[in-house]
Ligand binder design. Sequence first.
Ligand SMILES: *Cc1c(COP(=O)(O)O)cnc(C)c1O
Length: 382
Amino acid sequence: MLPFIRSDLAQFTAYKPHPSSNTDEPVATQFDRLDTNESPYDLPPELKEKLAWTYQQVIEINRYPDGGHEQLKNAIAEYVNESANLTPSLFTAANISVGNGSDELIRSLLIATCLRGEGSILVANPTFSMYGILAQTLGIGVVTVGRNEENFEIDLKAAQTAIEQTQNPPIRVVFVVHPNSPTANKLTAAELAWLRNLSEQILVVIDEAYFEFSQNTLVGELAQRPNWIILRTFSKAFRLAAMRVGYCIAHPEAIAILEKVRLPYNLPSFSLAAALVALQNRQLLLSSILQTLNERDKLIAVLSQHPGLQVTESAANFVYLRLKPNGSYRQDATLQNLHQQLKNSGTLVRLLKGGLRITIGTSEENTRTLARLQAAMANFES
Ligand SMILES: *Cc1c(COP(=O)(O)O)cnc(C)c1O
């Protein structure tokens, strides 16, 4: 260990986008990449051309980007109002902060709330791993609770106890995903009631990365809840994962704090331009969602017929697949094996402790996923 490095960093491992691969080879494009919940559809050629033109004719590469993001924030505010059927002027640029992916915003939120030993965070596993990872790199404590095995509801009793009993430092932030990743379920009524009852001393971060698929948002409640912040991203339904643009919606006071801690030119000009073009063409881009939802429902219908597999409802562009309890094999080992067999046959999916998370791809990809899953499962039944 380098002698000048913080001692607690020694045990960390760097985030690997494809943690399942045990080689450092680049991911071959012939793989069906169903492990990171991106859209399977690249931008339509006419939008790519428009962006290429912007890059060549409009953006001055020698100049710093627009550090205030005003134009993009206005466009986002308009979209947020429209997509939640709110009064057109309810949210404005003053309610929006933009990040280099929502990952940057998660880090900014942690910096603004918990640093200097002032707070820890609460998450319910399994959930999006970046909350915990980013907190740990900042030396922030992570308190975890579990979920109900049937409907993936947060263990609210444990969560409440954790909030009452965690001290030095207390829990300052609760992170939830709506719908959750990897389990794909929306927040339940009980979870919502619990979140609404939390003290205003605690920041509630509601990550709506999959909002465009679920069409279920809590932005309408933000006005009454000064301790809530909603996170969104352009990486999923808007098909801009390569551009790294995320945003959050919150009270102007909270936004002002986030603006204080962010890096001055956190978004490249090209990413800003891409997000604007995406919003201006949202109808075209988001029109692929219906196809994804149909594909998802077909996949779930077939998978739920399989005697060895357990698949649950999904409100997002992925499904969470578990093995039916079976005395004759070890769940962990079988899941790992299934994951490896899928990879060997050309499909990348995300392996988690209790299951596999499979992104909905193109129709062809999903057909291959099914065939490969069924073939792999047949190997266990012999
Ligand atoms: C994919 C995803 C994001 C998006 O992160 P970006 O940094 O914006 O790409 C955020 N939250 C959750 C839960 C996700 O699944």
